[in-house]
Design a binder for this molecule. Structure first.
Ligand SMILES: Cc1cc2nc3c(=O)[nH]c(=O)nc-3n(C[C@H](O)[C@H](O)[C@H](O)COP(=O)(O)OP(=O)(O)OC[C@H]3O[C@@H](n4cnc5c(N)ncnc54)[C@H](O)[C@@H]3O)c2cc1C
Length: 1059
């Protein structure tokens, strides 16, 4: 009978006022009085419940789903299904009784998840004691607010049980006003609910502050004039509230609570011990609190006279062998304090069981901040990054400790750390095993077989994660590394892998919160790979290849620990309240570990030599008939019959994991540069490209070029084949470059930053291959240094330039110089003020055989007679500052020594130049496509239409699958083409070059088009790179020759007689 609608506001208001308890009325008067004292402008704080005072139903649902093996997101989807008219909202407004709700809600959930969903159990959880445990920080804030005479109110939804009784998981006495949506018949974000609350508080909107975790609710309150605070993390929200109210809301020791039942320690004995240790404590009783932390070893805060101390002890009861060794913690912390590692100052180790019943040690209390949520809500991205960088550096400090100097040589066995650890944790797991976990069984088999060959030995922390670090409150500095229980001597990389745990766990994961469901780039947190590279950089060590082994091992170890916690929770020994959940979590964790083991397996597989023989050797190619099988299909050797030349020219590496260590390092560095420098610069570069200054190069590009050069990410394109001594470039094979070029292709701005952009790359390669020493000195060197830019002028408006023999521009010899006349268009890069060289193709002898009429001249752009008439646009985009120009050449006089190779060699040069250029475009197109698909996937996961996320629509799934398949197909052909160029030369790879030029632009065009469609109108805008990618992919069906010409070439080669 609690269903009532807001039909009679005035009557209801009277009834409510009469119903306001006396203590509330008194508090209203107090608030009034307080206002006159002039202590601030706000008079009330209104709280939402879920996600503000107690855990949000969404998070509770996510955890419950994991435990009950319900498809993730089911409950959340059921919450929002049918919006305002959905079952959840109707229940929240009290329009439906609990039993009816449960029945209907269960049906909706089962429909969504295609499985039976025990919603009763979820509802029981929502109305259980577990929920009735409000966030301590909020409870404390409420009492401080009230102590200052301000009013408090709470907006609740529906917490009525099937028996009609209300289960409000809060103490009603903490609030002057409690508004329950199910009683009022209206629900947030309906503004009437806030108005009702204000009426009952007797206040105006501007007198109050409202806290909620949901944007629409906050928006509605703000539209009335209520000040709002978004709650992502209760601790941060309380800080914001403190700032608004102007008085502190936290008086106690952070992260502590009254000592838990069964965890009490005898105060008298402790006080006597403290007196003996520290001398007389002075007046006052001993205060004891328990830290929320200390899953394994209970940890207490002690205030005794002027002393603020921390006591850490073994848990009571029978313990697993060698676990909970507080003696070792004491020893290592004392030793590390002298070695510059930030640790709390330890005072004493007490092994006398008569004091608190177990051995313990004592340290000074060190005030500081502990970030419990690793996604660092409430901080800005740069701050988050700084926190993770400080964490990384602290780990490096630990791993750099001199074992001899600190006397820690005997702290653990040296060498063979990983085999011993695998054994130890297998034993620990077996000792705590309650049922068979398949992934654990597989890992127990797999880990010993994949142990790394080389390992270093340093101090390892063993539990190095963000919430074991105490930070300076004002700067990103680690004040103390806590919890050394699992420390020993061992392989430091296991610590690094373990410290990335949060990257792989969802935010709803109980016990160990993570952020795998959030976008780390947006958060500003370094990705796990980046974090690892950062570590290698700080330590000055090379990156390892079997990183996934370390992740598999670390997560296996956590799974074994969780299983131990679970077993102890069954016997009532575990100190954490949530320890009972850890059984299911051990299983989840072991599955995660197995995923990494699988990845490591793939890495090893990909590097196996089976990928190498997929080659065609010179002599096979030269005998055309040998190339074709009797069925007419092309044949490749699966036996390494290659010449010695081939052996040095490179392997067909199908994925970046298979690259040689040197190239892999370059690849990782490039990826890091893209993440740290290129993507963040895109908005600024785009702004520049849309501004009036766009025809001048962006200074940011120049700056990033310097940075890329400093990192050795420069001139990567020049193939080993044309630069065998690596005089000019990075000495990569075409296959190696294909992997790197794909990464560069992910941003339209990136290639230039690495001096790897067209048309300069083609021109530089032309100069390397065919230029004289003088030509190289004059043009190649400045181009390689990135000081100048260049263009390539072949296409002409008046003739069909797909056929290069058509071109008409003339190059005539007059008075010992060449004189050029002609009109060109679509000349990319010619408008760039840095463009100093035009590689010009014209006819020197129209009477010569068809393919010997053309010549290539190097024309300085400042030669009189060159006139850029206009920039052309591609779908309205002008590609400033390089642009694509229409240009008139009128009596342009060029010295004779500027001819390349000699008269009549132009056709040959153009073919040689375009080969690598074409494939570079194709490599970048794979990058465009990967980025478009990644953007599409992220978008469709977050947008909901017609009651479900777009990603669940069948057509979207089909589009994603189709795009993945097409990208993979095209990439394989790119790699095969690059490989043939490496082992047989550009000419021999002509067929593959033509094929990939046919395939890649159309593939990218389709993939990008699908991404745009899934994005909605935003996909066409300048807010995302998709529209520009699309325009480029379309243009590349012309540039370097239209599709049809390449199709013709393929067909002609296919039809060549076989005999
Ligand atoms: C963004 C962009 C940048 C460019 N940059 C440069 C540059 O830097 N330097 C430069 O010199 N050029 C550049 N070009 C020009 C480009 O190389 C030419 O557009 C291309 O070679 C086609 O020549 P065309 O435009 O004269 O088309 P045409 O030769 O007139 O051909 C028109 C159409 O006829 C059809 N066709 C042609 N041949 C055949 C055939 N054999 N069988 C069937 N159908 C056929 C095709 O559909 C073709 O698209 C660029 C073009 C674009 C779009």
């Amino acid at each position: 009978m609690y269903i009532r609608r807001l039909c009679w506001p005035s009557r209801l208001q009277c009834a409510r006022r009469a119903a306001v308890p006396r203590h509330v009325q008194c508090r209203q008067q107090e608030a009034h009085r307080w206002k006159h004292l002039g202590c601030g402008t706000y008079r009330a704080v209104i709280f939402d419940m879920g996600g503000v005072l107690i855990p949000s139903p969404g998070k509770v649902a996510a955890e419950w789903e994991v435990r009950n093996q319900i498809p993730p997101g089911t409950i959340l989807k059921a919450f929002v299904k049918d919006g305002e008219n959905g079952i959840w909202m109707r229940f929240m407004r009290g329009e439906i009784k609990t039993n009816d709700f449960l029945q209907e809600f269960g049906r909706v959930c089962s429909e969504i998840s295609k499985t039976t969903v025990p919603v009763d159990s979820f509802f029981s959880l929502m109305t259980s004691k577990q929920m009735a445990r409000p966030f301590p920080v909020m409870t404390e804030a409420i009492s401080q607010i009230r102590a200052k005479g301000l009013q408090t109110a709470v907006l609740s939804n529906n917490f009525y049980l099937s028996n009609g009784k209300s289960f409000l998981p809060l103490d009603r006495k903490q609030f002057d006003v409690v508004v329950e949506s199910c009683v009022e018949g209206i629900c947030k974000p309906d503004p009437r609910l806030y108005q009702l609350c204000l009426q009952r508080l007797g206040l105006q909107p501007s007198d109050s502050i409202f806290l909620d975790d949901l944007g629409p609710n906050l928006k509605a309150a703000a539209s009335l004039g209520i000040h709002t605070i978004k709650v992502d993390d209760p601790e941060t929200a309380v800080k914001e509230l403190e700032a608004l109210l102007g008085f502190p809301l936290r008086m106690g020791i952070p992260n502590t609570r009254p000592v838990r039942k069964n965890m009490e320690i005898p105060k008298d004995a402790l006080q006597t011990y403290l007196k003996n240790l520290l001398g007389s404590g002075g007046p006052g009783p001993l205060e004891l609190l328990q830290f929320d932390h200390g899953q394994s070893n209970p940890t207490y805060y002690i205030k005794w006279a002027d002393h603020q101390l921390v006591l850490r002890k073994k848990p009571p009861g029978a313990l697993l062998p060698s676990a909970h060794a507080v003696e070792r913690e004491f020893r290592i912390m004392r030793a590390l304090a002298n070695a510059g590692v930030p640790v709390p100052t330890v005072l004493d180790l007490c092994e006398d069981l008569s004091v608190v019943g177990t051995p313990f040690y004592l340290m000074e209390y060190c005030p500081g901040l502990i970030y419990k949520d690793p996604s660092l809500p409430g901080l800005d991205p740069s701050h988050r990054r700084a926190i993770y960088t400080a964490m990384n550096k602290a780990l490096c400090t630990i791993h750099s400790v001199d074992l001899k100097a600190t006397g820690l040589e005997g702290y653990g066995k040296q060498g063979d750390y990983l085999p011993r650890q695998v054994q130890t944790w297998t034993k620990q797991y077996r000792a705590a095993e309650t049922s068979t976990i398949p992934a654990m069984e597989r890992l127990i088999q797999w880990l010993p077989l994949h142990l790394p060959q080389e390992q270093r030995t340093t101090v390892v922390h063993g539990d190095f994660r963000l919430d074991n670090l105490l930070f300076h409150p004002e700067k990103p500095e680690v004040l103390a590394v806590l919890d050394w229980e699992l420390s020993t001597l061992g392989d430091p990389l296991s610590d690094v892998a373990y410290s990335c745990l949060a990257h792989y766990l969802p935010s709803s994961f109980p016990l160990l919160r993570g952020f795998s469901d959030q976008d780390v780039r947006q958060l500003g947190i370094p990705s796990a790979e980046e974090y690892f590279r950062m570590y290698c950089l700080h330590m000055g060590i090379p990156a390892i290849e079997n990183w996934n082994f370390y992740l598999a091992f670390s997560f296996f170890r956590v799974a074994a620990i969780l299983q131990g916690v679970y077993k102890r929770s069954l016997t009532g020994q575990a100190s954490s309240a949530t320890a009972g959940q850890s059984g299911k979590l051990a299983e989840f964790m072991s599955n995660l570990a197995w995923d990494f083991a699988t990845k490591e397996g793939f890495r090893i597989f990909k590097e196996m030599p089976v990928t190498k023989p997929l080659t065609r050797s010179h002599h096979v190619w030269s005998r055309v008939q040998g190339l074709l099988s009797p069925t007419g299909t092309r044949r490749y050797s699966s036996v390494p019959e290659a010449s010695p030349a081939h052996a040095t020219k490179g392997d067909l590496v199908l994925s970046p994991e298979g690259l040689s260590p040197r190239v892999r390092t370059l690849y990782c560095r490039l990826q890091q540069f893209m993440e740290q420098q290129v993507y963040p610069a895109e908005p600024e570069l785009q702004r520049h490209q849309a501004s009036a200054d766009r025809w001048s190069p962006s200074p940011l590009i120049e700056d990033l070029k310097d940075k890329a050069k400093a990192e050795g990410l420069w001139n990567l394109f020049l193939p080993l084949e044309s630069d065998p001594e690596q005089k000019y470039g990075a000495g990569l094979t075409n296959v190696e470059y294909a992997h790197l070029c794909e990464v560069m292709g992910m941003s339209l701005y990136a290639p230039e930053m690495f001096n790897c952009s067209a048309p300069d790359t083609g021109n530089m390669e032309l100069l390397v291959r065919y230029g004289t020493e003088e030509q190289k000195a004059r043009w190649l060197i400045p181009l390689l240094e990135g000081r100048v830019r260049s263009c390539f002028a072949m296409t002409e408006p008046q003739v069909a330039s797909s056929d290069a023999t058509n071109i008409e521009a003339s190059i005539r010899e007059e008075d010992g110089v060449y004189v050029i006349n002609g009109r060109k268009w679509w000349i990319s890069g010619i408008l760039d003020p840095r463009c100093q060289l035009c590689v010009f193709m014209g006819k020197t002898d129209p009477q010569a055989p068809r393919h010997q009429q053309q010549s290539v001249l190097l024309v300085p752009m400042d030669t009189p007679g060159i006139q850029v008439i206009r920039p052309l646009t591609v779908y309205g985009l002008d590609d400033a500052p390089g642009g694509h120009g229409e240009v008139l050449f009128e009596r342009v006089r060029v010295p004779k020594e500027n001819i390349v190779l000699g008269p009549g060699r132009g056709f040959e040069i153009a073919q040689g130049r375009l080969g690598p250029g074409r494939i570079h475009h194709c490599m970048r197109l794979i990058g465009f496509s990967e980025r478009a698909l990644a953007l599409m996937k992220a978008r469709v996961k977050s947008r909901v239409a017609f009651g479900k996320p777009l990603v669940e629509q069948g057509t979207i799934l089909a589009d994603i699958a189709q795009s993945r398949v097409e990208i993979e197909q095209a990439r394989l052909l790119v790699l095969k083409t690059a490989h043939l160029m490496d082992v047989a030369g550009n000419k021999a790879a002509a067929l593959e070059i033509a094929m990939i030029k046919m395939v890649a632009p159309s593939m990218a065009y389709r993939v990008i088009d699908r991404a745009i469609q899934a994005f909605g109108a935003a996909g066409l805008s300048g807010d995302y790179p998709l529209a520009q990618f699309f325009a480029w992919a379309r243009a590349l069906r012309f540039a370097d020759g239209p599709d049809e010409v390449h199709r013709l070439a393929v067909a002609r080669m296919e039809l060549k007689p076989r005999a």
